[in-house]
Design a protein around this ligand. Sequence first.
Ligand SMILES: NC(=O)c1ccc[n+]([C@@H]2O[C@H](COP(=O)([O-])OP(=O)(O)OC[C@H]3O[C@@H](n4cnc5c(N)ncnc54)[C@H](O)[C@@H]3O)[C@@H](O)[C@H]2O)c1
Ligand SMILES: O=P(O)(O)OC[C@@H](O)[C@@H](O)[C@H](O)[C@H](O)CO
Length: 514
Amino acid sequence: MTTPELALGSPVPAGAPRTTAPAVAPVHPLSEKTLGLHGERLTVPTYDRAGLTPAVVHFSVGGFHRAHQLTYFDDLAQLDISAGWGVVGVGLRHRSMQEALAPQDHLYTVVERSPDGERARVVGVLTDYLFAPDAPGAVLDRLTDPRTRMVTMTITGAGYHLDPHTGAMDLSGPDLQRDLADPARPCTAFGYIVEALDRRRRAGTPPFTVVSCDNMHRNGDATRAAVVGLARQRDEVLARWITDRVGFPSSMVDRITPQTTADERAEVARRYGVDDRWPVITEPFSQWFIEDDFCNGRPPLDAVGVRFVPDVAPYELMKTRLLNAGHSALGYLGTLAGHVRIDELMGEPLFAAYAARFMDDEVTPLLPQPAGVDLTDYKAVLLQRFANPAIADRLERLCRRGSTKVAHHVLPSLRESLDRGSRAPLLTLAVAGWIRYLQLHEPAEDELGPRLQALARAGGTDPRPVLAVRPVFGNLGEHPAFVADLERALRDLTADGVRATVAAALTRPGTVAR
Ligand SMILES: NC(=O)c1ccc[n+]([C@@H]2O[C@H](COP(=O)([O-])OP(=O)(O)OC[C@H]3O[C@@H](n4cnc5c(N)ncnc54)[C@H](O)[C@@H]3O)[C@@H](O)[C@H]2O)c1
Ligand SMILES: O=P(O)(O)OC[C@@H](O)[C@@H](O)[C@H](O)[C@H](O)CO
């Protein structure tokens, strides 16, 4: 079977690691029954899967959730210090993950790849998967079960419908309106959470903790704003109960996880003898920082490397402003340069220098110091992670949902620089790169994309029409020095091409006040 996402995947590009080992024969399908057969080549769960308590419900099981949160819960189950934290996945939009995982008893393979080699494991902590549109009642039953103590989500930054400038949620969209009109058949994660919390409140069941694992500034506060905002439309008493009783810890999550391609799936079968319908390829690096604000018990994730901290903001700012903003900048400029993968791009000294200077000169001076982290080391490792050829991360993944990611990760640094009276030529160039990209390429998974593209094309080398889109840019268009710098960068990109423009921007002195 081929999932739609796998079918869309492109062939493994040149430079990605190839199987050197001879083909493994025979190749066995992955399932509870065949686990014993896979133990020789892969690490497999040795704990009693049937004994896991379904204590966590996760909304939107994509590649990242499977590479990140589920591997931590799997490590926990493996440690045998707590069998209390099994995970049930819920899909909201596509049936494909259910179709892939159900026939293999919700087992799947994670392959960690670095330039030095790779290792693979089968993850067993996902005990069930529900596709919500088929079974809204079953999802609500699971959420209202007193054993459910924690809800996590990776619904993408765009799934929160937040104005990046005011933090307010836009409740006017059709899905949230349907959640309000028919609360027993919700469409969104927030609709499910609000309805389940209401049922728990009425039944006298304690609430669960809600942990966002999306890349957003203060994602716990954003989630609280969304849940309480939606609840308030229904019932002020419910909204108050949620405010008083529910924990919404913010988290910082990090593990670069590309989308699996069909060729990678075949390679996993060849190399490990496991026929997995949807394996995950990721990097060895992984981090998870969570604020210590749990309202219904805290999983002992600190035993497997998770850091519980009083305030996640310094870690999250470090990660989103360096890594995610860097990804966006490199995604657009690298695509304009004709590259397909970020490791290829980082192999060009010009772009490696751009990435380093972007971080050192313009972003780092704005960051708070996260306790226990050496920012110099962090950035050095980050540049190596970007350059990892073994995960073959494609620039098109970094370019999607631009209006959410540029607004959340790039523009805040730019605005802070301008507020300090500084110019930021490399951040400005990232924005110019996005506008030029919109003129030449189709925006993906971006509600505002078509409108921005039309304005970018109409404006040509004048960025003012695009800057007028206030939900993305706020009042940046009213900053004359920034507009002039952006116009020059856009003109240079158009006339001279991306390499000459990057080279010229690198000669301008860093001007951020420290
Ligand atoms: N991939 C990574 O490297 C990575 C790392 C850190 C954090 N994240 C976070 O995880 C999110 C998901 O990444 P992924 O790599 O798993 O992507 P993915 O494409 O593999 O999966 C995304 C999942 O979210 C669902 N989804 C998309 N839009 C939605 C919406 N508006 N509401 C509800 N569900 C929605 C999709 O149906 C899919 O199940 C990212 O947007 C990011 O916030 C990803
Ligand atoms: O997943 P997105 O679309 O929000 O962003 C793309 C990448 O920047 C992101 O997935 C990173 O790989 C990730 O945040 C690394 O931890």
